[in-house]
Write a protein that binds this ligand. Structure first.
Ligand code: GFP
Length: 860
């Protein structure tokens, strides 16, 4: 039949539209008001998207009040503030999070229901803000949530990319296809364009030293572009504190070149406009490779220069001498991406503020803090000297000056140690010479930290070992990563959240900010009714996931099976390949079983999701860089992703065979869910019985999805790596499934692979058999997989052949444990109960106290 308009109760609509004084809540009124005014729409043609926009604008009004008050108080009181510089903020969706943090979700749900809409449908209209690749960007988002929730004066600074991380499509053959993510197409109600906040940023040109007895120089010429601010409100949980995330957009300084236009050169007239806009057009799909592209360097400088200018302007309003800058400002460098902030602040202090070198360096090294996120050598950022010289001539001078003074002081401490000087130099010799950004970040910062205990130890003993010896151990610390329990429990798993509140007999406003209170769940492991309830929630979350897969992909999933999940970016070190080879092993084993034997097998559904770094994506989206780079850099950038692309292909094709095999399909099935995102993670994580975090020991700095699964009562299968170790320390080793070689063994094993290789048939027959089946074409496309299989047969850098047997044994232990459901549910409850440590509130407080020296501000 014909749909009735308006939806919902006509009387309510009419009352709101006439704005008569009635019982109707202010929420409903503000919603209708936005429909009529901001959206200029009518109740009789309002669809779900319009309803989402009206709801978002109405919630935004609430946030704005708090946001303004927070800003006002920070300005008035001028406390020391911290700034989190991150090239990525993987925020996901905002509406649900804002409603929950404001404590208004129920009211809004009721309000929109009266008007004929369901909150679920409305929430589903929002596009993810996917301005990040993975862990690093999502960590930044969690830290913003925690800063606001802990009432800390912390602002984020990033870039407003027009295209977020690419959308992933999977072709029928299993190839990853990449499409742009035009996330701003529908307008973004969560951002406030601040055309009044803009800074000029220079590129290219020439830098001339004054040689007047000061270190000053003049940098002039080149190209100037404009950085314009867009503000995103960051509400804390049950507090007025609403912080700010400021994202920069690039714009041409002059939109249009009138001279060229008048001379008849129409294309030339808009050219500068195009190249300026390109700077913030696209997020780089960075995957632990350093790729040295000019546009990326432009992004980094554009963002750090604008952010520093903004921070400096704010500081100057306080009216204190510049030497007190570090008493009011702490700047956290999220990885090396913002390291140019170090020479940029030096440039400002010296060239513009006329400070002596030593004073400037003193200010700089008391302002910055650097977090390292990886020790993989190929991921450590380096920039070619010729590129820097071309794009940022003054900064290169400053870097050379920093290096000279630095090496002089090293020489003083270790006289005559030429090797050490070469090792520690900011400039790596070679063709071309390169600037080692991690070293610059290290010496320019007050403190350096890694993101989990093991990782921080590795930072100190491997990549920055010389720097520890030179600067002393106290500069180097650890802050184990955390996750926000608001999004990763309350929002994504509302039923579990409600059960916890009832059980703890306290409002979620309390335990969500004091997560160690989850320990009070421990006695409940012995309560059968509670266990039943716990298990029932997990089951409903599995059904929710199955429903999602059914409606989006048309696939039917067996929700009686164990759900086994590995979701993260595709990367060799994360070893999705180990997982899929394990699945094949399971399949082959099932094929050889008798009907009797099969009866004892518990069905398993394996889920994968994640994106592989694309090969030519950026090249397709933006024009080629103007400065040709040395060939090797192109090779690093463009050849590494292919192994992970083959892994996706293998997963998809294995799924095709085994999901159709009548002998096994009831016992084993496999899904690759395309286009992994924060929103998809929110459905997958609460549904998992077991999740896999199986990186080669010593390679995964921390991992944060491991924490999310465990917080939601999923058990962990993993290697002794990253934060897995600390999770096991908390929940007890008997509640996790560990396997594989330990970090200290890795180097020797790799040495062995290179100098005394043992044929795989001899070393690991089970794995050899699996590889041979793939080679024989059991899953089609045999030739396609050969390069991938050969990385294991030869070299095997990530040690799959060394860990395979113990991996299979661990999977068997998981099977066995799952058979005893009572004990399994106990493990699940214990796991959740002991996850308090991994709240990002704990982590952000560590940064605030031990690093930034900032204090909470109560917004009255
Ligand atoms: C990186 C590291 C992870 C770590 C996160 C956050 O993740 O181990 O948990 O940073 O510190 F590899 P990605 O950005 O590479 O996903």
């Amino acid at each position: 039949g014909k749909e009735k308009w308006p939806r919902g109760e006509e009387k309510v609509w009419k009352e709101c539209m006439r704005d008569v004084d009635t019982e109707v809540s202010s929420i409903t009124k503000s919603f209708v008001n936005h429909v009529q005014t901001s959206l200029a729409r009518q109740p009789y043609n309002l669809d779900n998207l319009g309803a989402y926009q009206a709801a978002a604008l109405s919630v935004r009004d609430n946030l704005l009040v708090n946001w303004n008050e927070t800003a006002l108080q920070y300005t008035r009181k001028a406390p020391k503030r911290a700034y989190y510089l991150s090239l990525e903020f993987l925020m996901g969706r905002t509406l649900d999070n804002a409603l929950l943090n404001l404590g208004l979700k129920d009211q809004y749900s009721q309000g929109v229901k009266k008007l004929g809409f369901s909150m679920e449908d409305i929430l589903d209209q929002e596009r993810d803000a996917a301005l990040g690749n993975g862990g690093l960007g999502r960590l930044a988002a969690c830290y913003l949530d925690s800063s606001a929730s802990q009432e800390l004066p912390v602002w984020g600074y990033g870039l407003r990319y027009k295209y977020g991380i690419f959308q992933q499509l999977i072709s029928p053959a299993g190839e990853q296809l990449e499409a742009p993510d035009p996330w701003l197409d529908n307008q973004n109600p969560w951002e406030l364009p601040r055309l009044d906040v803009a800074y000029e940023v220079r590129f290219y040109g020439h830098a001339d030293r004054l040689n007047d007895g000061t270190p000053r120089a003049v940098w002039a010429g080149g190209q100037e572009v404009l950085a314009v601010a867009y503000d995103v409100m960051i509400p804390g949980c049950y507090t007025k504190t609403t912080n700010n995330l400021r994202l920069w957009e690039s714009k041409p300084k002059r939109g249009f070149d009138l001279n060229s236009f008048n001379a008849g050169n129409y294309e030339g007239a808009v050219e500068s406009s195009n190249s300026a806009a390109a700077i913030t057009s696209v997020l780089y799909p960075n995957d632990h490779t350093s790729f040295g592209k000019e546009l990326r360097l432009k992004q980094q400088y554009f963002w750090t220069a604008a952010s520093l200018a903004d921070i400096l302007r704010r500081f100057k309003n306080i009216g204190k001498p510049i030497t007190e800058f570090p008493d009011y400002v702490a700047i956290q460098l999220n990885d090396t991406h913002p390291t140019l902030a170090i020479p940029e602040l030096m440039r400002i202090l010296i060239d513009e503020e006329d400070q002596p070198w030593a004073t400037a360096w003193q200010i700089v090294t008391n302002t910055f803090f650097y977090t390292n996120h990886t020790v993989l050598p190929e991921a450590l950022e380096k920039w070619p000297v010729p590129l820097l010289e071309h794009l940022l001539p003054r900064h290169l001078q400053i870097i050379y000056d920093i290096n000279l003074l630095f090496l002089q002081s090293v020489e003083k401490k270790f006289p005559g140690d030429r090797d050490r000087l070469a090792r520690m130099s900011l400039i790596e010799e070679g063709f071309p010479k390169q600037v080692r950004m991690a070293y610059l970040a290290c010496i320019g910062s007050r403190k350096v930290n890694g993101v989990a205990e093991l990782h921080s130890d590795l930072v100190k003993t491997t990549i920055l070992k010389d720097f520890v010896e030179f600067e002393g151990i106290s500069k180097f610390g650890n802050v184990t990563n955390g996750i926000t329990p608001r999004r990763w429990l309350d929002q994504c798993n509302p039923e579990l959240s409600a059960l916890i509140s009832t059980t703890l007999k306290v409002d979620k406003a309390v335990w969500l900010k004091e997560l160690t209170r989850l320990e009070e769940l421990l006695p409940k492991t012995e309560d059968e009714a509670f266990r039943k309830e716990w298990a029932a929630i997990k089951q409903r979350n599995k059904e929710r996931l199955a429903h999602h897969v059914q409606t989006t992909l048309g696939l039917t999933i067996n929700t009686k099976a164990m759900f086994d999940v590995q979701i993260k970016r595709l990367h060799e070190y994360k070893r999705q390949t180990l997982n899929i080879l394990g699945v094949i092993h399971r399949y082959l084993t099932l094929k050889n079983m008798t009907a009797e034997e099969k009866k004892k097998v518990n069905p398993r559904v394996v889920f994968f999701a994640g994106k592989a770094a694309p090969a030519y994506y950026i090249a397709k989206l933006v024009s080629a860089p103007s400065l040709p780079l040395p060939l090797p850099l192109y090779f690093i950038a463009w050849l590494t992703p292919f192994g992970t692309h083959q892994t996706i292909r293998l997963i998809v094709n294995v799924a095709r065979i085994i999901n159709e095999d009548p002998d096994t399909k009831d016992l084993l099935s496999l899904y690759f869910l395309p286009d992994y995102s924060v929103s998809l993670a929110e459905v997958l994580i609460p549904a998992s019985d077991i999740s896999q975090h199986i990186s080669t020991a010593g390679t995964e700095a921390s991992g944060t999805s491991n924490m999310k699964f465990c917080l939601n009562g999923g058990l962990l299968l993993g290697t002794v790596d990253g934060a897995n170790i600390e999770i096991a320390e908390e929940v007890g080793e008997s509640n996790v499934f560990f396997f594989g070689h330990l970090t200290p063994a890795v180097e020797d094993l790799r040495y062995q692979h290179t100098y005394h290789p043992i044929p795989i048939e001899e070393k690991c027959p089970a794995l050899a058999n699996v590889l041979n089946q793939v080679s024989a074409g059991l899953f089609g496309d045999a030739d396609v997989y050969e390069p991938l299989l050969n990385t294991i047969r030869q070299g095997d850098h990530y040690l799959l052949s060394d860990d395979f047997d113990s991996y299979i044994a661990a999977l068997a232990m998981v099977d066995e444990a799952y058979l005893d459901q009572t004990e399994w549910v106990k493990k699940s409850i214990r796991t959740t109960a002991k996850m308090g440590k991994f709240s990002s509130d704990r982590a952000i407080n560590e940064y605030a106290e031990s690093y930034w020296n900032i204090e909470a501000q109560r917004i009255a």
